[in-house]
Design a protein around this ligand. Structure first.
Ligand code: NAP
Length: 515
């Protein structure tokens, strides 16, 4: 019998009730687990987090919380092999697992290390300098930040069942707020396993982590003004959460990381024989194939000089022809399946819209050669490169195919490249491939207002580049407009979401004593 996922609330594991949804192995279609539609009482889960987890965390200093995170990262590192087994069932190759599992644990470690170096061994965080407010020097002002008193609710997307949880949990924990995690149903079995190991580690204060492996139930209705809500997923769900009466009505701090049509611009200075040309092509192939393109930061639009459009298309097509699609557990596999058959249906529908605005240069939405697995049972899809010659077409800038899919779009001059990039209406990550500092400056100035992060790649930094799609814990992850308007990571700035900033006006001696 398939294992039913459980939720963790009030420091014990709970079975769900009502209807159960079967979750299948992405590569074989075999059942992996089932997830209930109804979980434990969400109001009780939140209340326990607020009344038990919150006080326990706030009793610790930033330094003490950082030490716990450090131990937790070390503990989880010892369980990577076990996590990798379940990760493969989501369709992840070992390379994909490195991004999600190892990357998630690495994010915990970076947060622990930054906090232990940069935050005080205190429970109140001074923020900025003391500002004199009176001529006599007896009255001044200063900001402090203190943990919000509620629960930090975190709703995650299916594509990063581990990283998605840990990159939110780490700053919430450091900020002194208990986390209530709702993973996406599709891959919740991996999140559940990681939470089991976290709980078993005995490292966390009671009530500081809860897990809802079920539908959201009354989770949002039960939010109060000291809670926070962080969301990763589609723009449609982000809008539903943002406008939920409890979230909007109680002014609950809300952060959204949604989808985006990320672009990569090839500079006009690059010619087909340059190392930058090859870097552009290989970066794209990596972005299309890691996690089978199911990365919110993956490149969807290739904005290239018109004179190079067919050379780029040919070079990318040739490289994609060498990508072996297959069972994620096989070491030869370069790209695994999508997370589910339903997800593949969605990508195929999006490809049909994109193809109507251009043409498919490589791949086929309905046929793919699969190695080590049955293409009829698993959610396999060939990498698909499209080309769009119609500069007025909307689809390449509006339709997100959340898979190994990208479109080549030609530009004529830097101004047009900027205009095309902006048509994505706000993105998480963009890249510019150029060795010309002047080109880089002009493109950064044009693209930055539309982006949360920009990578400038050329032969001089390629060897150390972390890549277009990799969100680094030290740097901002989030983007304007369609990308959700949120801000995660970015070093310790991520704690802002969990801390109330308060202006204190007092005698300077009192202000100094607060620090
Ligand atoms: P989704 O359908 O929007 O679901 C995201 C999460 O929201 C899931 O946990 C889902 O639960 C939950 N949810 C749905 N309706 C809800 C409601 N009414 N109340 C509370 N929770 C609700 O997105 P997805 O299909 O999992 O993820 C794919 C999308 O996420 C893509 O568009 C991708 O671009 C985006 N994404 C963005 C980022 C980023 O950092 N910006 C990262 C990864 C993915 P169930 O699964 O149980 O329905």
């Amino acid at each position: 019998m398939t294992r039913a996922l459980q939720s963790y609330s009030q420091d014990r594991w709970h079975d769900g009730t009502g209807e159960f949804v079967r979750l299948a192995d992405a590569a074989t279609g075999e059942p992996v687990a089932e997830i209930p539609r109804t979980g434990p009482d969400a109001a009780a889960m939140l209340d326990y987090a607020r009344t038990t987890g919150g006080p326990a965390l706030r009793a610790l200093t930033f330094t003490q919380r950082a030490a716990i995170l450090k131990s937790l990262a070390r503990y989880l590192s010892g369980h990577v092999a076990e996590f990798a087994v379940l990760s493969a069932l989501t369709g992840a190759t070992r390379r994909d697992t490195a991004v999600d599992v190892d990357g998630g644990i690495g994010t915990l470690a970076v947060y622990a290390s930054k906090a232990s170096r940069e935050l005080p061994d205190a429970r109140v965080l001074p923020d900025g300098p003391t500002e004199p407010l009176g001529k006599g020097g007896t009255f001044a002002g200063r900001h402090v930040r203190t943990p919000r008193l509620g629960a930090a609710v975190q709703v995650n997307a299916f594509n990063f069942p581990v990283w998605g949880m840990l990159e939110k949990f780490a700053p919430a924990f450091l900020g002194g707020m208990p986390s209530v995690v709702k993973p996406a149903s599709q891959t919740a079995y991996l999140t559940e396993l990681v939470v089991r190991r976290i709980i078993e580690s005995g490292l966390l204060p009671e009530g500081s982590l809860s897990l809802l492996c079920a539908g959201p139930g009354g989770l949002l209705d039960s939010l109060v003004s000291q809670d926070t809500l962080s969301f990763t997923g589609s723009a449609v769900t982000a809008l539903a959460l943002r406008t939920h009466p409890a979230v909007a009505g109680r002014a609950i701090p809300f952060n959204a990381e949604a989808d985006s049509l990320n672009c990569s611009v090839l500079g006009p200075d690059v010619t087909a024989g340059d190392p930058e040309f090859d870097l552009y092509v290989s970066q794209l192939v990596t972005e299309m194939t890691v996690k089978a393109g199911q990365k919110c930061t993956a490149i969807r639009r290739l904005i290239v000089p018109a004179a190079l459009a067919s050379a780029v298309s040919d070079a990318v097509s040739a490289a994609l022809a060498g990508v072996m699609v297959g069972h994620p557990a096989s070491p030869e596999t370069m790209m695994g399946p999508l997370a589910s058959l339903a997800q593949r249906d969605e990508v195929r529908a999006a490809v049909a819209k994109l193809a109507a605005a251009g043409r498919i240069a490589h791949g086929h939405p309905d046929t793919v050669e699969v190695h080590g697995a049955d293409s009829r049972r698993g959610a396999f899809l060939s990498p698909i490169l499209l080309s769009c010659d119609d500069s007025s077409a909307a689809a390449p800038h509006e339709v997100e195919a959340f898979g190994p899919v990208a479109t080549v779009i030609a530009y004529d001059g830097i101004d047009e490249a900027v205009t095309l990039a902006a048509r994505g209406d706000g993105s998480l990550a963009g890249s510019i491939v150029t060795r010309d500092a002047g080109v880089a400056s002009r493109l950064v100035e044009g693209l930055a207002p539309w982006h949360g992060r920009l990578l400038i790649l050329n032969r001089d930094d390629a060897a150390e580049s972390t890549g277009h799609g990799t969100a680094m814990p030290q740097l901002l992850h989030g983007g304007p407009g369609r990308a959700g308007g949120g801000a995660e990571l970015g070093g310790l700035r991520a704690l802002d979401h969990y801390l109330q900033r308060t202006a204190i006006q007092a005698h300077p001696d009192i202000l100094a004593a607060l620090a």
